[in-house]
Design a protein around this ligand. Structure first.
Ligand SMILES: Nc1ncnc2c1ncn2[C@@H]1O[C@H](COP(=O)(O)OP(=O)(O)OP(=O)(O)O)[C@@H](O)[C@H]1O
Length: 675
């Protein structure tokens, strides 16, 4: 069996007529809400005898209202709206024709249908369902008689679920039946009797058998209370006579379920005990499971629906949110004594009307027709696959990409402005540092030339063989200060050149005693023929531009968010390994060594300074001259140079000691040349 939709369904709808199928179906079936009807019965003789007033009133065709007749109870009326409500004077025929007919007769068009009666005990379920079943069967036979072009086969089966046991009502044996799950058929009852109907009278006779077989019992509330859920199933198969036995033959197959549920009851009200009490427990439990399924279905979520919690819900699964059109008739007693039960029934109905089913036309095809149908379906799916994605999904994709592009453009813009800012700061710094030779008295270096700090002023740019290494480092350093992120281990650098110490050791500074011709080799001074500057002059030359740089950095190295943009340069790191102290052989007793130990950049001080900087990266930046320039205050900058001054003094002292050891004379002056 399969389902048809689209053209085939429209064709079939035309054939079946509008009275058979309400509306067309789509390729994936027909989404339909469960129809919920309410039927009020008249007061029973007992209720009248007790003098119970009528508490419920149907104020129109769709609304039933609770009006308390007791002055001591809350009088605010409560209204409940459903697809249709029927007051106590309405006949079952009206209920059928105005609320049920349209749904149940879908069965002749190949669409499953289910009619439930739900309500408390003695509210009129069996009374209503008996009439509805009769009217339906009468209409089906009427339909069959009017459609001679089709060949119909009607089958009938009936079960009851009594104390959670499934029984075949058409079988004399009282054997419990098992439920099975099948991928195609869904849940079905094993070995269930299915009778092919000869005619309407045949069916009437079978329904009488079922009534006789069904478990009933007398309770305080109902002389003939149904103690089981009863499901009568009428299956209608139909085929066009002209195609019978031919390849094109297709058969529509659908079932109509007539479900007369056992009524919920309160043991206290029904005064049940023993067997009745046990029955009542099973009834209430299975009704609770049904209520849970309906409630979960009504929420429309994809949550797990506990169909398997009871046999009732397992069997009725297709009728509850599945492949069926469904109507539920909620039966009410209007009596005061049943107010709470009536309210519960209406709440169940309110949930049920939110449940959506997906009814389809069920078709059985001959093999050849099935192959043809499947080929058509494959072709349709292939063409769908070949088509590009739908416009809406493409639009969404384009929109998303546009957003990404806009975001990236914004980022590029920001990066460009950051780059421009960095470049302008670099220019400023270069200009500031490039002015340095003026301070040292040279004035020959252009403003754009990168400075060679500590270099004798007469060394020209053309002497690239000697200064290129320093220059490149300076460039790197300035560039990194502007562009790299916050750095850490600032290092002291006083020289990056080769050693020219008298001993040929790897010292990066040259120490010169200042006698007439007693200076220790100073390659630069000799080569250039210029008077080398003293260490103090050199220090002063260094201090001035860096004091300026310090001021400049202090005002310019904070970005808008307050974070530092200055960072540790790569060149700084590269210089770390070639500080003048590396590889220097020093006597532990020399002043220089003592100085180095405590001086930033010395063997230990270097390390200590690095870790200190790590803890306060924001507060400091690296000076090319080997000191740390604080960007907080220029005073701090000066303090660093004062430290260098002290260091130089000690350096001199050490040079003297060294000179005495080496040459046995007094050093009158000392010159340190730093490349
Ligand atoms: N609409 C009605 N008009 C007149 N009498 C009714 C109506 N509905 C029910 N009755 C009567 O009320 C009594 C109880 O009805 P019924 O047995 O159908 O209730 P029920 O809901 O099936 O109860 P239970 O759940 O106990 O089987 C019956 O005598 C029935 O004839």
């Amino acid at each position: 069996m399969g389902a048809i939709g689209g053209d085939e369904l429209v064709q079939w709808d035309k054939m079946a007529g509008p009275e058979a199928v309400n509306g067309g179906g789509g390729g994936v079936g027909r989404m339909d809400r469960i129809q919920v009807l309410v039927r009020l019965r008249p007061l029973s003789e007992k209720e009248v005898a007790r003098g119970e007033p009528v508490e419920w009133e149907c104020i129109n065709d769709t609304t039933v209202m609770f009006r308390s007749t007791f002055p001591d109870r809350p009088t605010a009326p409560t209204a409940y709206t459903f697809d249709r409500v029927f007051h106590s004077d309405c006949s079952t025929k009206e209920v059928y024709e105005e609320g049920v007919r349209e749904v149940v007769l879908s069965v002749v068009s190949g669409i499953n249908s289910s009619i439930f009666a739900y309500g408390q005990t003695s509210s009129g379920k069996t009374y209503t369902m008996t009439g509805v079943t009769e009217y339906t069967v009468a209409d089906i036979y009427d339909y069959i008689n009017k459609h001679e072009e089709r060949a119909f086969v009607l089958k009938f089966s009936a079960i009851e679920i009594y104390n959670e046991v499934v029984r075949d009502l058409l079988s004399a044996e009282n054997t419990p039946l098992r439920l099975w799950d099948d991928a195609e058929k869904g849940t079905y009852v094993e070995n269930l009797t299915e009778v092919v109907l000869r005619d309407w009278n045949h069916l009437k006779g079978l329904i009488s058998v079922c009534e006789a077989q069904r478990r009933t019992g007398e309770t305080f509330l109902n002389e003939k209370s149904s103690r089981s859920h009863q499901i009568l199933r009428l299956t209608v198969e139909s085929s066009a006579r002209e195609f019978l036995g031919k390849d094109k033959s297709t058969t529509l197959v659908a079932s109509a379920n007539f479900v007369d549920l056992a009524g919920s009851e309160r043991a206290s009200q029904a005064l049940s005990a023993g067997t009745r009490l046990k029955e009542g427990c099973h009834i209430n439990r299975s009704l609770l499971a049904l209520g849970t399924v309906i409630r979960k279905l009504s929420m429309g979520s994809n949550a797990h629906i506990p169909y398997r919690d009871s046999k009732l819900t397992r069997i009725l699964q297709p009728s509850l949110g599945g492949n069926a059109r469904t109507a539920i008739i909620c039966t009410l007693s209007p009596a005061t004594s049943h107010i709470e039960q009536s309210r519960n029934t209406l709440l169940f109905g309110s949930c049920a009307k939110e449940v959506v089913t997906n009814a389809q036309v069920n078709v059985v095809m001959s093999d050849k027709a099935l192959v043809k149908h499947l080929q058509k379906e494959v072709a349709r799916l292939e063409s769908e696959l070949r088509q590009p994605a739908s416009n809406s999904s493409l639009e969404a994709l384009v929109k998303e990409k546009d957003n990404q592009i806009r975001k990236m453009e914004k980022e590029i813009k920001e990066l460009k402005s950051q780059r421009d800012l960095a470049q302008s700061r670099l220019q400023n710094l270069l200009q500031t540092v490039g002015d340095h030779p003026k301070h040292s008295g040279s004035g020959k270096r252009s403003a754009r030339s990168p400075p060679s700090i500590g270099m004798p002023p007469s060394i020209s740019r053309d002497d690239s063989s000697q200064i290129s290494h320093d220059d490149s480092d300076l460039y790197k350093e300035v560039r990194c200060i502007e562009t790299s992120g916050t750095g850490g281990n600032e290092q002291l650098d006083m020289s990056a050149g080769e050693s020219s110490s008298p001993q040929g050791s790897n010292m990066n500074s040259s120490l010169c005693g200042n006698g007439s011709n007693t200076s220790v080799n100073s390659r630069h001074s000799r080569l250039l023929g210029e008077s080398p500057i003293t260490l103090e002059q050199h220090l002063e030359n260094i201090r001035r531009p860096f004091a300026t740089v310090g001021r400049d950095l202090g005002s310019s190295t904070r970005n808008s968010s307050g974070s530092r943009i200055l960072g540790r340069s790569r060149s700084c790191r590269s210089l770390t390994g070639t500080t003048m102290f590396d590889g220097m052989e020093v006597d532990d007793d020399t002043p220089l060594h003592r100085s180095l130990v405590g001086f930033p950049g010395g063997p230990e001080g270097n390390h200590r300074r690095g870790s200190a900087l790590n803890n306060d990266v924001e507060s400091e930046t690296l000076s090319r001259a080997g000191s740390i320039v604080s960007t907080k205050t220029n005073g701090a900058c000066d303090a660093e140079f004062t430290g260098i001054g002290e260091f130089v003094a000690e350096l001199k002292e050490m040079a003297q000691v060294h000179y005495q050891k080496q040459y046995g004379g007094q050093v009158q002056n000392c010159l340190i040349i730093i490349k």
